[in-house]
Design a protein around this ligand. Structure first.
Ligand code: HEM
Ligand code: CU
Length: 489
């Protein structure tokens, strides 16, 4: 038995191989879908690239569903890898989730590229059933069925993670640190932040995916038997509850990479404290209650829900972000940290997450939403915290894991190229939004088109940066000694 096998709850031979698969596939898909994104932005520009509205909406559906799903799986890999340090997880189940997800991907991609399904990744009811002849009922069923299968795949691994956490910590509440927070147990500085975050993700994402499964099944029933028409507002609530929670859970999973890897670079521990635990409890509750900020323009919604959505939008993202960004900066400050691809990307992720929340909060105000709703302001803010927050967490994790502590220059330069491109791309969306350019339009007015061209060019820069980071990782990943995480630094 090696030293690391003693240290980890799940033996190394079982911790690493499937994580490599998740990351390898994830990086390739991210790059491919970025190309699709750049193509869409070019189609909105003045350039000669013209793909036609039908293909545009197919690509938009592919890009949206693909990016959200891949982000979810990559963030799951971060979460699983670090949680398995502390609790004993089942590698076969983790692999099973990947296999089921890949089947789901085949269904989703097939429904779009062969079946021409183009109702957007949000499959807003009753659009999947009202294609005006553009796609068949079978295509809609395959897409919706693919999403459902993806949800089942997540629930499967979450079940294993939940059982393992309860075995080790007694309950999910205890893993979240509630007895420490409320003074019933002394603060245990060795309680891992990764376990706190995992507990939060399990609570919110099981609820989110359950809501998603319900609305997907209702959509399937409606497709098979149209007279069975559920309430449209209920469907919209369920869809946005699911979508909001799922994409937020990706960030709260991936941030574990910051908690686990930055301390190794700074050679200082990241310990839990009462403010840290309070922030994670607060965000657990708020992430679930804030989703009505997606329905601010639905006048049929009860006004108390809109008001709750607005108020919680101010506060929802803040607590964990503040404790994480503040502790992260304190950790790094004067630590003599080595700036390589992994550490640069992880610090970049804190910046991107923080800055990305600002336009999101602005849009969460009812009066602003009256103007900004369904403009490119919205893709502006979510691309910000996904491209500059979430992806750098995943890419930073992958660089660290693949490098055995020895990273080349390409990745670090790539991180800079990536940051510049992603900032420009988000600005191209935000400026468009501020000029009231609508989102989800295949063709743009002439006066808006230069912003599409800027976006397409920036998307190309992001892709170059991503490849500079990802290619060295992909080359080293198969032979990487992932156990080196505790040894190098
Ligand atoms: C090079 C990088 C990227 C480019 C150029 C890009 C470009 C685009 C464009 C042009 C749209 C359509 C905007 C509209 O007119 O409404 C879009 C939508 C979207 N993108 Fe990206 N994107 C990139 C990266 C990402 C990443 C990393 C994610 C998530 C992890 C993501 C998630 C989404 C989602 C969820 C939508 C919404 C689709 C919908 O409205 O149904 N994108 N992107
Ligand atoms: Cu939201």
């Amino acid at each position: 038995m090696t030293a690391s096998e003693l240290e980890y709850a799940t033996p190394d031979t079982q911790r690493t191989p499937v994580v490599k698969l998740y990351l390898g596939i994830g990086l390739l898909v991210f790059a491919g879908l970025m190309l699709v994104g750049a193509l869409m932005r070019a189609a909105q520009g003045a350039t000669t690239i013209s793909i036609g509205p039908e293909v545009f909406y197919q690509l938009m559906t592919l890009h949206g569903a693909g990016m959200v799903g891949t982000a979810g799986l990559a963030a799951l890999a971060v979460n699983w890898y670090f949680l398995s340090k502390y609790v004993r997880l089942n590698q076969k189940i983790f692999l099973g989730t990947l296999v089921l997800s890949l089947v789901a991907v085949v269904m989703i991609v097939g429904s779009i590229l062969i079946g021409k399904f183009a109702a957007g990744w949000t499959f807003l009811y009753p659009l999947p059933a009202t294609s005006l002849g553009l796609w068949s009922k079978g295509a809609a069923l395959t897409f919706v069925g693919g999403l459902l299968l993806l949800g089942v795949a997540f629930l499967l691994v979450y079940l294993d993670m939940g059982i393992a956490i309860v075995r080790r910590y007694g309950s999910i509440a205890r893993a979240l640190g509630l007895p420490m927070l409320f003074g019933r147990e002394p603060i245990d500085p060795t309680h891992p932040p990764a376990v706190v975050a995992s507990a939060m993700v399990l609570i919110v994402n099981v609820a989110g995916i359950a809501a998603g499964a319900i609305v997907l099944i209702m959509t399937i029933l409606h497709l098979i038997y149209p007279p069975l028409a559920p309430d449209a507002l209920l469907m919209k609530n369920l869809i946005y509850f699911f979508g909001h929670v799922f994409i937020n859970a990706t960030i709260y999973s991936a941030v574990i990479a910051v908690y686990e890897i930055l301390p190794l670079y700074a050679r200082r521990p990241w310990t839990v404290s009462r403010p840290f635990l309070a922030a994670w409890l607060a965000v657990t509750l708020m992430v679930l209650a804030v989703y009505p900020h997606h329905l601010l323009m639905d006048f049929a919604m009860p006004s108390w829900m809109a008001i709750m959505g607005q108020i919680l939008s101010y506060t929802s993202g803040i607590p964990v972000l503040v404790v994480t960004a503040f502790s992260g900066l304190m950790l790094v400050y004067r630590s003599g940290i080595r700036w390589d691809a992994a550490s640069s990307l992880l610090v970049l992720s804190l910046f991107g997450w923080a800055v990305g929340i600002v336009p999101a909060v602005i849009d969460g105000m009812i009066n602003v939403n009256l103007v900004m709703h369904n403009t490119l302001w919205v893709p502006g803010h979510f691309h910000f915290y996904l491209l500059l927050g979430l992806l750098p967490m995943v890419l930073g994790f992958a660089s660290y894991l693949s490098a055995n502590g020895q990273q080349g220059r390409t990745g670090r330069v790539g991180a800079m190229v990536y940051a510049v491109g992603a900032t420009l791309l988000c600005l191209s969306f935000l400026v468009s939004g501020a000029l009231s350019v609508p989102r989800r339009f295949a063709v743009h007015e002439e006066s808006w088109q230069w912003l599409g061209d800027v976006g397409a060019l920036s998307g190309g820069i992001v892709l170059v940066g991503t490849l500079m980071i990802a290619v060295p990782i992909l080359l080293k990943l198969p032979r990487a000694r992932l156990a080196s995480i505790s040894e190098s630094g």
